[in-house]
Design a protein around this ligand. Structure first.
Ligand code: MN
Length: 237
């Protein structure tokens, strides 16, 4: 089968005889909408890996403190190498000593969409990606803003992840989103995943049985536009 392009950096960092992480060779189910996943990763430091499907790969950022629902809080998001789409189903433990050694949990997943008149590719090049998430946990408008690289002497490309103001924002509740810390794919805690116990993760990306859109990720539950506001008002009234 044809390997996805742009994954050379991903593969070069990993020894697939030692890690259970996918090498990008599993068949991924087609989707009419772009998918995203956030993986909670207890590596040397706990962080949250945001992955947005684009051009057949996952554009990826390591969000050091995790996403915040407070629009005043900007969270550092370090750009990392593109990941294969089958990575979105990975939940388990990367062996100690290997790249990214530590436990990985599927913390959120669903669909995403660029917002505005420009394409996602254009906005990424420009360094300001506005988008909406339709996840199990994260919903509504977000923005990724690239920082000027001369702020940091390393070769890292740093971005800020910021919640946009809408019905899903929670002013003053910096880490409200992070309180829910079980896997959305298996219901397991990090400890259960690390121990290899409990239910297996239900796939979202890979072809096969049991693959289905996560509950609560349809457009009406994630939209924050004017029509959705009207929809909510109508439901209340
Ligand atoms: Mn990571």
């Amino acid at each position: 089968m044809v390997k996805a392009k742009g994954l050379a950096r991903y593969r070069a960092k990993r020894d697939f005889s030692k890690t259970d992480e996918p090498s990008g060779e599993h068949d991924v189910g087609a989707a009419t909408r772009l998918r995203f996943v956030i993986q909670r990763h207890a590596a040397r430091r706990l962080h949250y890996d945001l992955r947005l499907e684009l051009g057949g790969v996952f554009k990826s950022w390591a969000v050091t403190k995790g996403p915040s629902l407070d629009p005043k809080i900007k969270r550092l998001a370090v750009e990392v190498e593109d990941h294969p789409l089958d990575y979105g189903d990975f939940e388990g433990t990367i062996p100690k000593g290997e790249y990214g050694g530590g436990t990985v949990e599927v913390w959120d997943r669903g669909y995403w969409a660029p917002e505005g008149s420009q394409s996602a590719e254009q906005m990424l090049r420009k360094g300001e990606l506005t988008f909406a998430l339709y996840g199990v946990r994260l919903k509504g408008g977000w923005v990724l803003v690239r920082l000027r690289s001369d702020r940091d002497k390393s070769k890292r490309v740093n971005w800020l992840l910021i919640k946009r103001r809408d019905a899903f924002a929670r002013a003053g509740a910096a880490d409200a989103a992070l309180a829910d810390d079980r896997s959305v794919a298996s219901g397991r805690s990090m400890a259960e995943i690390a121990a290899g116990t409990g239910r297996r993760a239900r796939p979202f990306m890979r072809k096969g049985t049991g693959r289905s859109p996560p509950a609560g990720t349809d457009k009406s539950s994630g939209s924050h536009g004017r029509s959705a506001q009207r929809g909510r008002s109508a439901q209340r009234g």
